[in-house]
Design a protein around this ligand. Structure first.
Ligand SMILES: Cc1cc2nc3c(=O)[nH]c(=O)nc-3n(C[C@H](O)[C@H](O)[C@H](O)COP(=O)(O)OP(=O)(O)OC[C@H]3O[C@@H](n4cnc5c(N)ncnc54)[C@H](O)[C@@H]3O)c2cc1C
Ligand code: FES
Length: 245
């Protein structure tokens, strides 16, 4: 884990409520897709965890949805302003398990951590299928960016206003995947857990306290004992998960 200052170089809306922020700084502790950063904001006691969307050299890209005071404050920040950020948090996705045809499934702001994962898997020569799930057309983002990487992309909207009508599980038919990776709201993760036939990895975006393993606030039960989502997660394997009914 590393604490350092990053300078905002871009902060722009992708949809009415979702923003992309590019920052320049020391990215050396970010080692795997699916890791997250924890951002200190003036006036807020707890840092706000946000997934790494991508890293290229000293540029960090994050994508965040405005849901409360912290993310609203972020959305008002301008290029040139600096943020105090902890990097290198969480385990991230394990690419070695992917097989030749991995499937990546993201829901809403669960989409961003899959971007760097797709980029890395495609660079390894893997055939990558992506399903992106949203509530409605206005919320869709990053479809073209995944296509530009060389992934095959399907988009679902719950209200049918764009792409396939329904949930991400409605888009699984006909994809002959070897393994899957996912991030999104818990009902989506549970549905995918049931609907998938292979092994896979799930990233959990729990509410957090410290974000680096000290407070136990994010502890959850798994097959292999209690795990802290911020430290031993946020990525857990399918075999490891015990859902609380
Ligand atoms: C490991 C991890 C990765 C994350 N990655 C992203 C990301 O890439 N992009 C993104 O937009 N968000 C992400 N989140 C969620 C993000 O941290 C919260 O939305 C943010 O902290 C809310 O701060 P706020 O001050 O704006 O809202 P608050 O005032 O803290 O909360 C406003 C509302 O949002 C809800 N909320 C707050 N935190 C969460 C959460 N973790 N999950 C679900 N609901 C929440 C609250 O219950 C409340 O209703 C991630 C969370 C974790 C733990
Ligand atoms: S948030 Fe403190 S241990 Fe995970």
């Amino acid at each position: 884990m590393k604490q350092s200052f990053f300078e905002i170089t871009e902060n722009k809306p992708l949809t009415p409520t979702v923003f992309l922020m590019n920052l320049k700084g020391d990215t050396s502790d970010i080692t795997a897709p699916g890791q997250f950063v924890n951002i200190k904001l003036d006036g807020f006691f707890l840092r706000r965890p946000i997934s790494v969307c991508d890293v290229e050299g000293d540029t960090l890209t994050i994508i965040y949805k405005v849901v409360g005071g912290g993310t609203e404050k972020m959305s008002e920040m301008l290029p040139g302003e600096k943020l105090d950020i902890l990097t290198g948090l969480g385990n991230g996705y394990d690419l070695d398990k992917s097989g030749n045809h991995p499937l990546l499934v993201g829901g809403g702001v669960g989409v961003p951590p899959l971007y760097m994962l797709a980029r890395k898997l495609i660079a390894q020569g893997k055939q990558v299928d992506v399903i992106l799930g949203f509530n409605t057309k206005d919320e869709v983002f990053y479809e073209e960016q995944f296509r530009a990487l060389g992934a095959t992309v399907r988009v679902t909207t719950a209200d049918g206003s764009y792409g396939i009508k329904g949930f991400v599980t409605n888009a699984l038919d006909g994809i002959n995947y070897t393994y899957f990776y996912t991030c999104g709201p818990e009902p989506m993760l549970k549905a995918l857990y049931k609907a998938t036939s292979t092994g896979g990895q799930f990233s959990f975006e729990e509410r957090m306290g410290c974000g680096f393993g000290a407070c136990m606030g994010c502890s959850c039960k798994t097959v292999t004992g209690n795990k802290r989502i911020c430290k031993e997660g946020p990525v857990l394997t399918k075999e490891d998960i015990i859902w609380e009914i």
